[in-house]
Design a binder for this molecule. Structure first.
Ligand code: GLU
Length: 436
């Protein structure tokens, strides 16, 4: 085990790619302008209302104490409590968490959820931790952010490298601190603890719905269309499952360890079975050829799905892309330079804040079920999810028509407009702020 990996940077300096907080601020500013709103609106939404940094000491298995750094950012709470996942990743930094919390606000606004955006993260490579160390880190992190979270305040959930098991530890810690069960304090829990049916599949299912709708717009026949997916964690694997069910041929999948390719289409049910116990990577699947991440980006497929982390579609990878649709299952996978190239190439982008909104949507349903203490059947949840995703998709398409702009700008504008409505209703802004 590389122990030096625990010595993570403690500043908010991005070690890879571009700073997502700068990217999101640029996009917010531009969209506020295109909507003809005053710059005051931009100033109201450009910063999270609250950010929290915590130190998380953990006694490691070898007896030493490591002190990890964690964050929680809460963007805006005018529509309801803030909401968003917690990621465990070595590249986590304050600016990334801030950006992710802003994206969560826009996401919730686009699909009309009564939430603002929140996000948390811990600088850690969870692969370097034993199960006990991971549990201690999860419990200690939630303990540290307890003063600022709660079912009516800020509701965490899973994100990169966290899952229902981690949520189970976290809710147990929170319940023990408070002295009674509070299932609505976080979502993405194990079903037995009040988790929602369909939550695990929700993000991927939502991604597939948006791809289906994009195919209608572009007149692409789904049956027999081809796709490549970057990332085979929860979101990537579930997207593969639902695209496969829609008749799409997934020809390539890459992950942190490598990639696999099969011209005629990978056997997705078999691949899902192969990675099921989480002991093997998708890239170790033997029934396929090897492929690099770079090559995967340039495959002649109809649909490309980045489902990993930020800054993947860049000035280097975007020129090679041949896909007709880029479905951003990950948060922030495209840099501004990458975006520019996609636009020049006429690639239809389903922006992250629309594409992956299915996760937080079913998290909302989970929270509603927790609050009323009555649980719905999975079919009902999936139907409600589809309704929300279609609502978001149609609104973004309409905005795109109205403003003759890119899908990303349209999505930002739909989200901002909704926030502006709430600011108006709360008396935060006046008539003057509605014109530039
Ligand atoms: N982490 C997910 C996201 O980025 C889900 C958040 C949630 O369920 O609250 O949308």
């Amino acid at each position: 085990m590389g122990k030096e990996k625990y010595n993570q940077p403690e500043s908010d300096i991005m070690t890879h790619g571009q700073n997502p907080y700068e990217i999101v601020k640029g996009l917010l500013k531009e969209s506020v302008g295109t909507l003809g709103l005053n710059e005051n609106i931009y100033h109201l939404i450009k910063k999270p209302m609250r950010v929290f940094e915590v130190s998380i000491p953990v006694r490691m298995d070898d007896g030493t104490i490591k002190n990890f750094t964690g964050f929680r950012s809460q963007h805006i709470d005018i529509l309801g409590p803030t909401k968003g996942g917690i990621r465990f990743h070595p590249d986590v930094n304050l600016d990334e968490v801030k950006a992710l919390s802003i994206w969560m606000s826009l996401k919730a606004a686009i699909v009309d959820l009564p939430f603002g955006g929140g996000k948390g993260g811990v600088i850690v490579d969870p692969e370097q931790l034993s199960e006990r160390e991971l549990e201690m880190l999860s419990r200690n992190y939630i303990k540290k952010i307890t003063p600022i979270i709660g079912p009516q305040k800020d509701i965490p959930a899973p994100d990169v490298n966290t899952n229902p098991k981690v949520m189970g530890w976290m809710i147990d810690e929170f319940d023990q601190l408070r002295g009674y069960n509070i299932p609505g304090m976080l979502t993405g829990k194990p079903v037995v603890l009040g988790g929602s049916l369909g939550r695990l599949e929700a993000t991927g299912r939502g991604v597939a719905f948006t791809i289906r709708e994009a195919c209608k717009v572009l007149d692409i026949e789904l049956e027999g269309a081809t796709a490549a997916i970057q990332g085979f964690g929860n979101v990537g694997s579930m997207t593969a499952k639902f695209l496969h069910e829609l008749g799409v041929k997934i020809v390539a999948v890459t992950d942190a360890e490598g990639g696999i390719y099969k011209e005629g289409g990978l056997d997705i049910p078999d691949l899902l079975e192969f990675v099921k116990d989480k002991k093997r990577y998708a890239s170790e699947y033997p029934e396929a050829e090897e492929i690099t991440n770079e090559k995967m980006f340039g495959l002649p497929v109809d649909i490309l799905v980045p489902a990993a982390v930020e800054n993947q579609v860049t000035k280097d990878t975007a020129p090679t892309i041949q896909a007709k649709i880029l479905a951003e299952a990950a948060n922030g996978p495209t840099t501004p330079e990458g975006d520019q190239i996609l636009e020049e190439k006429g690639i239809f982008v389903i922006p992250d804040i629309l594409c992956n909104a299915g996760g937080v949507t079913v998290s909302y349903f989970e929270w509603v079920q927790n609050n009323m203490n009555y649980y719905w059947k999975e079919a009902e949840i999936n139907e409600k999810l589809e309704e929300k995703m279609l609502y978001g998709f149609e609104n973004v398409i309409q905005m795109r028509e109205e403003k003759q702009c890119r899908m990303r700008d349209a999505a930002y504008m739909v989200g901002i407009k909704h926030l502006v409505k709430a600011m108006d209703a709360r008396g935060w802004i006046s008539e003057k702020d509605h014109s530039s």
